[in-house]
Design a protein around this ligand. Structure first.
Ligand code: AMP
Length: 469
């Protein structure tokens, strides 16, 4: 199947070719024809499937005939309203509208909160055909009478389940009440909880139903695994993962803003270019952090779940769950940041003892176990022979060398070494090198010199065993 066969116009085919897309994705193949035909669509599609183009391309095609260069606002009524739950997603959808619509002179604007409303007001007053908005700021504009939604022909609810999670349903209903009754409705959602189904029943008319990724599944292109590690050793493990694997761009998730700030601070102190992204940051800070991350100026972006949806970073190879999300569905959304648009991706979770329940909930939701390896705390007082045996131990005698860390859940290599946490009783410089190991549950410890008791003290029990200690 080609884009041409989907019936798109020459301007859109050109824009798509300029983006380097050779063929449409499954959601595009299924959604573009009914949208072009004016039908309502309810699509179960996660970000990363190409869903933005799936609604933007046919929308641009349908409005192409209205493109004009008149300066009169009346000639540029809002014809399409795209509502997104977060500022980041709204900004990205807007970017897509501009990208795909660059050869069609329709006007588009994006309005979200956290930034000065005045420039948005001026833009809306001048008239725009396609408006991308977050719900709260859109209602602000409605109250200020800077926007008239009385001529909307297409409504898109993007990431509808997220809107529900974020408490936007009352705002959405208020907005829908302002729209003409006769319109085309497109709803995109990663999941379909009951409230979303009810909303769909209320607003969609005989929708074409599309499901491109099964509910609650992680895209097959993402390999996911976990390390069991003490909370206090997580950062060290993370840093070693980055050094060992020479990771240049790491999206790292925490479950709270406080831990995001703390981790970003500690990583910065340890010499990593790092930024935090969460809802306490100003819009300017959030956009800057994202831009710096995309440009490679920031190596580690530490984000809370607000960033888990809608972030579109091309070729992001790896997501790290520094802390598991309290809501298991957010695990899926976090993983959706990698393995996008046909690229292989990887997700690694660092799981502490008190997160085992969260891990079990995620496994239950996925209906599959997550391969778990154990991240070993180094044996205190390990022999210096071991340190010398490390090819990278160099001549610095006291400092533990980075460990070899493989994300491939295969049996450990004998030389594998892992996290070297600080020994509280001695300064780090005086610690012996770690005699760490990395193993799959059930595999033999690499350091036979350790007693079972020592090992039991150092590691969490394998998740699969569900022990209660
Ligand atoms: P989305 O699911 O809309 O967030 O899109 C995810 C990513 O897929 C974006 O980076 C798009 O640029 C990319 N994309 C969309 N359509 C295609 C396509 N047909 N071929 C390759 N990449 C695509």
């Amino acid at each position: 199947m080609t884009f041409d066969e989907l019936g798109l116009s020459a301007e859109l085919l050109r824009a798509v070719a300029e983006e380097g897309y050779s063929e449409p994705t499954p959601v595009q193949i299924q959604a573009i024809p009914p949208i072009l035909a004016g039908q309502d669509v309810m699509a179960g599609a996660q970000t990363g499937t190409g869903k933005t183009a799936a609604f933007t391309l046919p929308m641009l095609q349908r409005f192409k005939q209205h493109a004009n260069t008149s300066v009169s606002p009346a000639r540029h009524p809002v014809r399409a309203l795209i509502i997104a739950p977060t500022r980041e997603l709204a900004a990205q959808v807007f970017e897509s509208v501009r990208t795909y619509g660059k050869h069609i002179p329709l006007r588009a604007a994006c309005v979200y909160g956290g930034v000065n409303i005045d420039p948005q007001m001026a833009e809306l007053r001048a008239g725009v055909e396609i408006l991308v908005a977050t719900p709260g700021r859109l209602l602000d504009h409605v109250h200020q009478r800077t926007v008239n939604l009385g001529q909307v022909e297409i409504l898109v609810l993007d990431e509808a389940d997220r809107m529900l999670d974020m408490g936007f349903m009352p705002d959405i209903k208020r907005i829908i009440a302002l729209l003409p009754a006769k319109r085309q409705n497109l709803m995109f959602s990663a999941t379909f909880p009951d409230d979303i189904k009810r909303l769909a029943d209320q607003i969609l008319k005989a929708p074409v139903r599309i499901q491109v990724a099964k509910k609650n599944t992680v895209t097959e292109l993402v390999s996911h695994s976990a390390f069991k590690v003490d909370t206090r050793n997580k950062r060290e493990l993370l840093e070693r993962l980055m050094r060992e694997r020479d990771l240049r761009q790491v999206l790292c998730f925490t479950s709270t803003k406080i831990s995001a700030n703390r981790l970003a601070r500690e990583l910065t102190r340890d010499g990593f270019a790092c930024a935090a992204l969460h809802s306490d940051k100003t819009q300017q800070e959030r956009m800057q952090a994202l831009a710096d991350f995309k440009d490679g100026k920031v190596q580690v972006l530490v984000a809370t779940d607000i960033a888990a949806r809608g972030l579109d970073i091309e070729d992001l190879p790896l997501v790290i769950n520094y802390e598991l999300p309290p809501n298991p569905e957010d695990y899926i959304h976090r993983l959706g940041r990698t393995g996008r648009a046909g690229q292989a991706g990887e997700a690694i979770s660092l799981v502490s003892r008190d997160e085992q329940e969260a891990l079990s909930s995620i496994e239950k939701l996925l209906k599959a176990p997550i391969p778990v390896r154990e991240a070993a705390e180094p044996q205190r007082g390990a022999s210096s022979d071991h340190r010398r045996s490390s090819p990278r131990s160099g001549s610095t005698p006291a400092r533990a060398e980075p460990a070899s860390i493989s994300a491939d859940p295969t049996p450990p290599r004998p030389e594998s070494m892992l996290a070297a946490p600080r020994a509280p009783q001695r300064p780090r410089e005086q610690q012996d090198a770690p005699a760490a190991l990395m193993s799959k549950p059930g595999s033999q410890p690499v350091q036979p010199a350790r007693s079972k008791r020592q090992i039991a003290a150092l590691f969490l029990p394998p998740v699969a065993e569900k022990q209660d200690n």
